[in-house]
Design a protein around this ligand. Structure first.
Ligand code: PLP
Length: 394
C-alpha cells in the first residue's frame, strides 16, 4: 500500500525535532553535527536568532499580498542583491528550479526581443543538475531522471563540463545561452577553473550568447564570496540562485543585467508566492549576516582550513578516500569505498550528517557559521569513520 507521503524519496529513518547552530537533535535525543545543512540550504545553521526573529515579526505583520502590489521588503532585497552582484534587476521565486526556468525564459526572450526568435537552444554541461521540472529535466544531464516522463523538452544540448572546444563547436545559429554551474554540486563537487569561466564569457560575447550561471547550490556566500563566479573576476548575464539565500525559508531568485532582461515586461513571467513579504524578510535577514563586515572572509578562512584538514584525511586513509573536490564550503570527498558506506559510518557511528553526490563523492556542505571547533569535530568524526572502514576492508 502506498504511503500517505508519495514515495519519491528513499528516506533515512531519522526525524529531527530541533536544531541549534550546526547541530540537529533527533526525536530520540541524539545530537548530530550537520554537515548537510538541508543540502546547502541552512546557511546560518539552525534556529539562528536573527533569522527566527525576522520571520516571526514579519509573519505577525503580513505574510502574503501577491505581486499585484508593491512589496517594500522585495524592493529592499532586490536593491541589496543588485548592490552586491553584477545584476541590475531581480525576479523572485520559491525554489532553485524555478530560478532556472525563469533564467531560461529571460534568455530566450532577450533574443526574441532582438529579432532573433530562432535562438532558443541552451547549451548545458555534462554532469549538470538544474532541477526536476519538465523543462529543467532536459537541462539536467541525467537520463534516469527523464525516463517515463514523456517527450524530452526541446532546446537543450550538452557538452563536456570544462571542455572549451566542445563548447565552441556546439554554438550555432539557434543557440541562445550557455548554462553552467560554477561548482557542480549533485554532479560530484566539481569546481570549474577560473580560466574556464572566463573563457565561457569570451565565447558568449563572441557569438552573442547570454551566459547563465546556476548558483543555486554554490551561491549566496558558500564559497566565501557572495557569488562563486566572483573568484574568476568575471560576471555572467543571468544567475539563478536559491537554497542558502533564504537560510531554510524557500526563496529563489533570477539575477540579470539590464541587457539580458531587456525583453522582459509586465505579464511575461510570474508566480503567486514569489517575493512575498515573509520570504523577503527571511532573505533580508540572511543578507544582514552574509554582508556584515568580515563574515564572508571568515567563511573563506574556515573553508580553507576544512579543505586543508580534509587533504590530510585523504593522506591518512588512502584505502577509503582519494581526493578532495569542490571549493569553499561545497566540498566533496571522492571515495574509494562506496560513498554510501562512508555516509552511513559517519551518521551511525559518529553522529555526523553529510550528503552523497554522483561519481562516488560524499559532499560536505556545512552551514556558513561553523567555527574551527566544528571543523575539528568533523575531522575527528571523518578520521574515525575512515579508520573503521579501512579496518573492515583489510
Ligand atoms: N540547480 C542546482 C545546482 C541544484 O543543486 C539544485 C538542487 O539541488 C537545483 C538547481 C534545483 O533546486 P530546487 O531543488 O530548489 O528546485
Amino acid at each position: 500500500m502506498v504511503t500517505s507521503v508519495m514515495p519519491t524519496y528513499g528516506r533515512i529513518d531519522i526525524a529531527f525535532e530541533r536544531g541549534e547552530g550546526p547541530y540537529l537533535f533527533a526525536t530520540d535525543g541524539r545530537r548530530y553535527l550537520d554537515f548537510a545543512a538541508g543540502i546547502a540550504t541552512n546557511s546560518l545553521g539552525h534556529a539562528h536568532p536573527h533569522l527566527v526573529k525576522a520571520i516571526c515579526e514579519q509573519a505577525a505583520r503580513v505574510m502574503h499580498v501577491s505581486n499585484l502590489y508593491r512589496i517594500p521588503e522585495q524592493e529592499r532585497l532586490a536593491d541589496r542583491l543588485v548592490a552586491s552582484s553584477f545584476a541590475d534587476t531581480v525576479f523572485f521565486c520559491n525554489s532553485g528550479v524555478e530560478a532556472l526556468e525563469g533564467s531560461t525564459k529571460v534568455a530566450r526572450r532577450y533574443h526574441f526581443h532582438n529579432g532573433q526568435p530562432h535562438r532558443t537552444r541552451i547549451i548545458c554541461c555534462t554532469h549538470s543538475f538544474h532541477g526536476r521540472t519538465l523543462g529543467m529535466l532536459s537541462a539536467t544531464d541525467k537520463e534516469a531522471y527523464r525516463e517515463g516522463f514523456g517527450p524530452r523538452v526541446e532546446g537543450f544540448s550538452h557538452v563536456a563540463f570544462g571542455n572549451l572546444n566542445e563548447m565552441r563547436a556546439a554554438v550555432g545559429d539557434d543557440a541562445a545561452a550557455i548554462l553552467v554551474e560554477p561548482i557542480q554540486g549533485e554532479g560530484g563537487a566539481n569546481a570549474a577553473s577560473n580560466d574556464y569561466l572566463r573563457a565561457l564569457r569570451e565565447i558568449a560575447d563572441e557569438f552573442g550568447l547570454l551566459l547563465i550561471f546556476d548558483e543555486v547550490q554554490c551561491g549566496a556566500g558558500r564559497t566565501g564570496k557572495m557569488w562563486a563566479h566572483e573568484w574568476a573576476d568575471m560576471a555572467p548575464d543571468i544567475l539563478a540562485t536559491a537554497k542558502g539565500l533564504g537560510g531554510g525559508f524557500p526563496v529563489g531568485a533570477v539575477l540579470a543585467n539590464e541587457k539580458a532582461a531587456s525583453g522582459m515586461k509586465p505579464g511575461l513571467h510570474g508566480t503567486t508566492f514569489g517575493g512575498n513579504p515573509l520570504a523577503m524578510a527571511a532573505a533580508n535577514a540572511v543578507l544582514d549576516v552574509l554582508l556584515a563586515p568580515g563574515f564572508l572572509d571568515g567563511v573563506d578562512r574556515i573553508a580553507k582550513l576544512l579543505r586543508q584538514k580534509l587533504e590530510a584525511v585523504v593522506r591518512r586513509h588512502p584505502a577509503v578516500v582519494e581526493e578532495v573536490r569542490g571549493a569553499g564550503l561545497l566540498l566533496g570527498l571522492k571515495c574509494v569505498v562506496p560513498n554510501g558506506d562512508l555516509q552511513t559510518a559517519l551518521r551511525e557511528g559518529q553522529s555526523m550528517l553529510s550528503v552523497g553526490a554522483a561519481d562516488n563523492v560524499l559532499r560536505l556542505l556545512p552551514p556558513l557559521i561553523i567555527t574551527e571547533s566544528h571543523v575539528d569535530e568533523a575531522i575527528k568524526a571523518i578520521d574515525a569513520a575512515c579508520a573503521g572502514l579501512a579496518r573492515n576492508a583489510a
